[in-house]
Design a protein around this ligand. Structure first.
Ligand code: GAP
Length: 424
């Protein structure tokens, strides 16, 4: 975002902000999810999660049409805030609590998802502050500071990576849904009236970014929101086909001037921008791209993970490998002296010193070379170089490629160049 786009800059805003920020943003009044409790187990569920789980169950039984119908019905009821209808849908579908295995449900009620705490030592409602449920508001309240100091002209963007906190009732599926997670958001400030074209343009740009991760097109789909969040006039998700089904990784939202207008009203500070091209003052409209960092990691892990059977007629063998694209692998190169003596570690250290300022390298001399290769496969290291007795004679090393497991001999002083070319 910030390197490849000249008009997008980064920021690191606060996690705690003035409580009125969350009144202005609508989160105090609207950041709710419909929930239902099971009276026997006392477990609380998000209504949409319960129904989605039922739809997934139908799909695994090959009842795809029924699953689509169920999700359609749910979307319609959610769009109307029809809580009685949602409860009835759960009862009619015979959805049971996973713990008590009963359908003894309460009414559907709304719960706010923000975590709160007290500022200072006196516990009193006026001191209540919130942990941010999205990073976006830190960008909105700082919008003019950044625009003025960065001398930015519309259209421009402000991006941020940071923690967000939500009191999710069911945090599950590993790092897919957590109460403390990391968002990577970008707010793109535009002229009012141009939101439709920028929304479409960011949808396309973001999908291109996803495909550049090396993930095939058929693993992604767009899902348009039927029930729009309180701030949006258009919204969609980019969904990835996780091992547990298509799920949201990123949201793209056309947020209108909702946030800036409300911050202006609540803070009594102007949030207007002077557009010299049209000689007008206005509150910009905003297109937001919002992706979960943890979910992106889970997506990359799901895509890369493979268990391979390498058995031959002589022996049983297998390996676990993370087939990350080289540019994404956290560790790029392992440098492995074949034995811990005869000057081989010293040569290996020279290769480490030549490479470690350029990309992440891992040095290891423990265990057999076969075991060391397998450990590197399991964390997705694309290249291993081994220093052996021949290195002392002709200054060559063996390079082993993770995906093909092929090995070849190369000059030791070419290692850095070869790896750098592959990780671009
Ligand atoms: N500012 C807009 C916003 O926060 P969102 O769709 O609620 O929109 C954006 O969240 C992204 O944050 C999601 O697409 C998802 O990747 C991630 N996310 C949301 N809740 C999460 C949770 N409980 N755990 C992990 N990631 C989450």
């Amino acid at each position: 975002m910030t390197q490849m786009h000249e008009n997008i800059v980064g920021i690191d805003a606060a996690i705690f902000m003035h409580p009125t920020t969350w009144k202005a943003s609508g989160h105090v009044d609207n950041f709710n999810d419909p929930m239902i409790d099971n009276k026997d187990s006392k477990k609380r569920y998000r209504v949409d999660h319960l129904i989605e789980a039922k739809a997934e169950e139908m799909r695994t039984e090959g009842r795809d049409d029924e699953a689509d119908g169920l999700l359609d019905d749910m979307d319609k009821l959610l769009a109307k805030d029809d809580f009685d209808g949602l409860r009835q849908l759960i009862v009619n579908q015979g959805i049971k609590c996973a713990i008590s295995k009963t359908s003894n449900w309460t009414e559907v009620r709304q719960f706010n998802l923000m975590f709160s705490t007290q500022m200072g030592s006196v516990s009193d409602e006026t001191n209540e502050i919130y942990l941010r449920p999205e990073t976006a508001q830190g960008i909105f309240v700082n919008f003019l500071n950044v625009q003025k100091t960065g001398r930015l002209k519309i259209p421009f963007g402000i991006a941020q990576i940071g923690k967000a906190f939500r009191n999710e009732i069911v945090a599950r599926q590993f790092i897919f849904r957590m109460r403390e997670f990391e968002q990577m958001e970008m707010q793109y400030f535009i002229r009012p009236g141009t939101q439709k074209e920028w929304y479409e343009s960011w949808k396309e740009t973001r999908m291109k970014w996803h495909l550049s991760l090396g993930i095939p097109k058929e693993k992604y789909r767009f899902h348009d929101h039927v029930k729009l969040a309180h701030y949006a006039d258009a919204a969609c998700d980019i969904e990835y086909d996780f091992p547990f089904g298509f799920k949201e990784v990123e949201g793209i939202h056309s947020r209108t001037d909702f946030d800036l207008k409300n911050h202006q009203e609540y803070s009594k500070k102007k949030m207007q921008y002077f557009d010299s091209e049209v000689n007008q003052n206005y509150i910009p409209y905003v297109i937001e791209t919002s992706i979960g960092l943890d979910r992106t990691i889970l997506m990359m892990l799901s895509e890369a993970y493979a268990e391979e059977d390498l058995s031959t007629a002589e022996k049983q063998d297998s390996r676990v490998v993370l087939r990350f694209p080289s540019k994404i692998s956290p560790m790029k190169l392992a440098v492995l002296p074949l034995v811990k003596k005869d000057g081989l570690p010293e040569i290996a250290r020279t290769i480490m010193d030549d490479c470690k300022s350029q990309f992440r390298c891992f040095y290891e001399e423990k265990d057999t070379i076969g075991k060391r290769y397998r450990r590197m496969d399991a964390i997705g290291t694309p290249f291993c170089v081994t220093v052996d007795q021949q290195t002392k004679q002709d200054n060559t090393v063996t390079i082993r490629y993770r995906d093909t497991m092929q090995q070849e001999r190369i000059a030791a002083d070419k290692v850095r160049e070869i790896v750098l070319k592959e990780i671009q």
